[in-house]
Write a protein that binds this ligand. Structure first.
Ligand code: KIV
Length: 264
């Protein structure tokens, strides 16, 4: 059985082994992933792939807590991180109250907060109050409406410098780890070298301390669109549709249930 990760085991992995993280939103899939990854993120991406919304912004804290509980139930021996939803960390007071609510109502190990230097005081406040925080810099999905789209960072000097400053500020504020999303591989590599904490990449090249993918993307289940950085490790949508079609056809033909599916 895989050994449960802790903040110190995750941090000591830096430079010696790559860390793996995957999202999960329910107990069933969390239990399937648990043996294979170091961390499970209950990402607010669930609002898109689970809830069918166009972006992550409308998910509520209550929904994040519900899904975090399901994941913790399915993967009790895995390090679980709950994403703080849009609008739940606007001030230090609010962020602390909401993160405390997550810790009271679930057994999540940490929370994740999107944002750069402007969120540093909030990260500091949580860390000072015993809440482990994973930062999230680079492309920020919660800013999609504010920025008018998903904008890759690091292609121009201004955004390159901003992400570097953001990562340094979030680390200094006490985050135990950092997600870096949607940046050039050069920028992600530099952030990874400059930070002492583990830097987990998504759409950020290969030179980070680890990788994270959204489960429904990497299993090929989310068909609406495929970002460039996603690798589909199986064609889940086709497999699921074929299986359900076979079931339907067998019911219609009277081939299911067969004798072995019937009680004696
Ligand atoms: O919500 C999410 O799934 C995330 C990952 C993309 C890092 O934040």
């Amino acid at each position: 059985m895989r050994k449960r990760e802790t903040i110190s085991s995750l941090q000591s992995a830096k430079g010696s082994r790559k860390l793996t993280m995957i999202t999960a939103y329910d107990a069933l899939f969390a239990s399937l992933f648990a043996e294979e990854v170091d961390m499970i993120l209950v990402g607010d991406s669930l609002n898109m792939s689970f809830n069918g919304k166009p972006d992550t912004l409308s998910v509520t804290l209550e929904q994040m807590i519900y899904h975090t509980n399901a994941v913790c139930n399915g993967a009790p021996e895995t390090f679980v991180i709950c994403d703080m939803p849009f609008g739940s960390t606007n001030s230090e007071e609010e962020a602390l109250a909401h993160a405390v609510e997550v810790f009271r109502k679930t057994v999540a190990d940490a929370v994740k907060i999107e944002g750069g230097a402007e969120r540093a005081a909030i990260v500091r406040r949580l860390a000072d109050n015993g809440i482990a925080v994973m930062g999230h810099v680079g492309l920020l999905p919660q800013s999609v409406r504010g920025e008018g789209g998903y904008k890759v960072k690091g292609r121009d000097e201004k955004s390159f410098e901003k992400v570097l400053e953001d990562a340094a500020a979030i680390e200094k504020a006490g985050a135990f780890s950092l997600v870096i999303e949607g940046v050039t591989p050069e920028l992600a590599a530099l952030v990874t070298r400059e930070c002492a904490i583990p830097v987990i990449g998504i759409g950020a090249g290969a030179e980070t301390d680890g990788q994270v993918l959204v489960w429904s993307d990497m299993l090929g289940l989310f068909e609406a669109f495929k970002p460039k950085f996603v690798k589909r490790y199986m064609d889940g949508a086709t497999l699921v549709k074929e299986a359900v079609r076979s079931y339907s056809e067998e019911v219609q033909k009277g081939a299911f249930p067969a004798e072995e599916h019937c009680y004696k």
